[in-house]
Design a protein around this ligand. Structure first.
Ligand code: ACM
Ligand code: ZN
Length: 639
């Protein structure tokens, strides 16, 4: 039992079946690595990972080899494994990995690497590590075929090398889709040879630093110097690199809304004619999308939608999709489709003429007309269309796959019940741009964007782990999988992107790969803690908000404030103060709900393990606790 735990504790996502046994396989410079021709790429990947961290060259035929690592592609299909599953057997003499496909072997190799010590993540040889794999038997295959992460490379731009690093890291947790959000109001990031202005003009905006959604528009004569784009050669390199890691790159061209960058380049595609500028994250854009509830003034941004009344728009999209389809082997192209502001079409004579010509009763129908016509274009390139929820409005295109992000999954249920495939990415559980803990503890670039208290959105690791992709009342066969989305309005650089991604993407990975019945928070949380050492070794930034205290203020009897404190991770003690001093293990330990001492202005709490502080100190004014207790009371009584 202990050896089984020893094995399980190292693995995320948790395999379908793990059996542990005593002993270890020792990997050293004598170890041989054997693989058939079909698995050459996987062999080379594994050998390179091992060489980098250990300095050992694992060769095929080794004289005097003590141990052997063998990869096999099953000559006869093993029905339990499907396309991506594997069986792994580790004894003290050999590591035996079998799968139906090279892809299955790749996932098996990820498990072997996770069973090695965290120093295997080092990019330089580590001399004093003991390279042992615990003896085990594993049967494993994924629950869902679509296990995605989305990276928004528009709101902030990430270099080709950063995208490659992103792919490298996601592959460790058995994700298989990288969705690149390539176009939006704030930039166009893919070279389209027929339309050079898309990147000459559309990839650049005026530089701004500080709070997204608060910036002014470009000053007269100001140079648009922030941005960048990927050449088609860059993208082909990303695709190849991802392919070698069993990751398919899904390109998103977000139309007909979110199109300001394209319109800055080609204003003739718009309803109103512009002039347009590439948006730098302006307050006007925030107004346009209704983000500033307290300030409903109309936005000065001109119509940022493509004109559906203009046949030239469809010609443009046809040419764009031709080039997109040539660069990306993905069977899907994502057309965005979210948040098109339909009132711009109401105000456009050409869009209105299109509605009359096509007998469309409203702008929802016009949007559906656009989606269906674009679906035919995408299909003419041999691809299938994916779009955000809004493509359901006014009637779905045949064969469209819906990526469901909001409206409580209503779009998902509607689409699935009509027989469409659905990818679940509800903003409540899958939006990895949300904060990971109390907003004043989180990096200001992010917390100020979600400025509270009505606005900040928190997605803790535990809540992210509770995501269940199959909504009630839906045929599970229609839910092809799910995805974590990293929108980057408030993520100005790659280190911060890593911080927002990890460890929450591990929760997504386990939800999408592991059997539902085996999911258990306490087990997952303990395994995440072990992964931290691997992220440290890999020099990847991550959040330790898992160790923070959760505050649960409530009204007790006679309306008095009671503050319950909780921790998501096991084995933590909470220490607290009311007098403004910094708590440590020598201060009172939390044993049950607290009542503020008279005159106290703030509560300070910290978590400790074995006498050492591990969480962040949280200082919270008593007035804030009162407010939250009030809100909790209102929520309770209005139920
Ligand atoms: C989205 O979050 N607008 C898809
Ligand atoms: Zn129009």
């Amino acid at each position: 039992m202990k050896s089984q735990l020893e094995t399980q504790e190292r693995l995320i996502p948790l395999p379908v079946q793990v059996r542990g046994s005593r002993g270890f396989f020792r990997l050293d410079k004598q170890t041989a690595l054997k693989a058939p021709e079909q698995a050459e790429a996987v062999r080379a990947y594994f050998a390179a990972r091992v060489k980098r961290a250990t300095g050992f060259t694992l060769a095929d035929a080794k004289t005097g080899a003590q141990g052997v690592i063998r990869l096999h592609v099953n000559p006869r299909r093993d029905a339990r494994l499907g396309e991506e599953g594997y069986r792994l057997r580790v004894t003290s003499r050999q590591v035996d990995l079998r799968a139906n496909t090279a892809g299955g072997l790749f996932y098996g190799v990820q498990s072997v690497l996770q069973l090695l010590p965290s120093a295997i993540e080092s990019d330089k040889p580590v001399r004093d590590a003991e390279w042992r794999v615990p003896c085990t038997e594993i049967l494993d295959y994924p629950r869902f075929a679509w296990r995605g992460l989305m990276l928004d490379v528009v709101r902030h731009f990430f270099s080709k090398d950063e995208v490659l690093a992103f792919v490298d890291q996601m592959a460790r947790y058995k994700f298989n889709i990288l969705h690149l959000h390539l176009t939006d109001d704030q930039g166009w990031r893919i070279e389209i040879k027929r339309y050079p202005r898309l990147t000459d003009v559309g990839a650049w905006r005026v530089p701004r630093t500080g709070d997204w959604c608060s910036y002014g528009p470009p000053e007269p004569g100001e140079k648009p110097s922030y941005g960048g784009f990927y050449t088609q050669a860059d993208l082909r390199e990303i695709v190849r690199y991802a392919e070698a890691r069993c990751v398919t790159v899904l390109p998103e061209i977000d139309v007909p809304g979110h199109s300001l960058a394209a319109l800055a380049a080609y204003p003739e595609l718009s309803c109103g004619g512009g002039p347009f500028y590439v948006d730098p994250g302006s307050i006007e854009m925030a107004r346009l999308y209704g983000v500033i509830k307290s300030d409903p003034r109309p936005s000065k941004i001109p119509a940022n939608v493509l004109c559906v009344g203009n046949d030239g728009v469809f010609e443009f999209l046809d040419h764009v999709m031709t080039e997109v389809a040539e660069v990306f082997p993905s069977p899907y192209i994502h057309m965005g489709g979210d948040e098109a502001i339909r009132r711009f079409w109401t105000e456009c004579p050409r869009c209105q003429a299109r509605m009359r010509e096509q007998n469309l009763k409203d702008e929802k129908d016009l949007q559906s007309y656009f989606v269906k016509r674009l679906a035919r274009i995408i299909e003419s390139k041999g691809k299938r269309l994916v779009g955000w929820d809004e493509i359901v409005d006014g009637g779905l295109a045949p064969n469209a796959t819906v990526m469901s992000w909001h409206r409580g999954g209503r779009g998902a249920v509607e689409a699935a019940n009509l027989g469409h495939d659905v990818v679940m990415t509800p903003s409540t559980h899958c939006y990895l741009d949300n904060l990971q803990g109390e907003w004043w503890l989180e990096p200001a670039c992010t917390s100020r964007f979600f400025r509270g208290p009505d606005h900040w959105r928190v997605l803790r690791l535990k809540d992210c782990y509770e995501f269940e992709p199959v909504p009630d009342g839906v045929d599970p066969a229609r839910i092809v999988g799910g995805q974590g989305n990293l929108w980057t309005e408030a993520i100005p650089d790659f280190r911060h992107a890593q911080y927002m991604l990890w460890p929450r993407a591990m929760a997504m990975a386990e939800t999408l790969w592991s059997p539902r019945a085996g999911k258990e928070w306490a087990s997952f949380a303990a395994r995440v803690e072990r992964q931290f050492a691997r992220l440290d070794a890999a020099q990847v930034k991550y959040s330790r908000a898992l160790y923070d205290v959760r505050l649960r203020p409530r009204r007790g009897k006679q309306g008095r404030l009671h503050v319950a404190l909780e921790t998501d991770a096991d084995g933590l003690d909470i220490h607290y103060t009311w007098d403004g001093t910094n708590p440590d293990p020598f201060y009172p330990k939390y044993r049950g709900p607290l009542v503020p001492v008279p005159g106290a202005r703030e509560l300070r709490v910290v978590t400790c393990r074995n006498g050492d502080p591990v969480g962040r100190e949280i200082a919270v004014p008593v007035t804030e606790l009162e407010n939250r207790a009030e809100k909790a009371e209102t929520a309770r009584t209005s139920q």
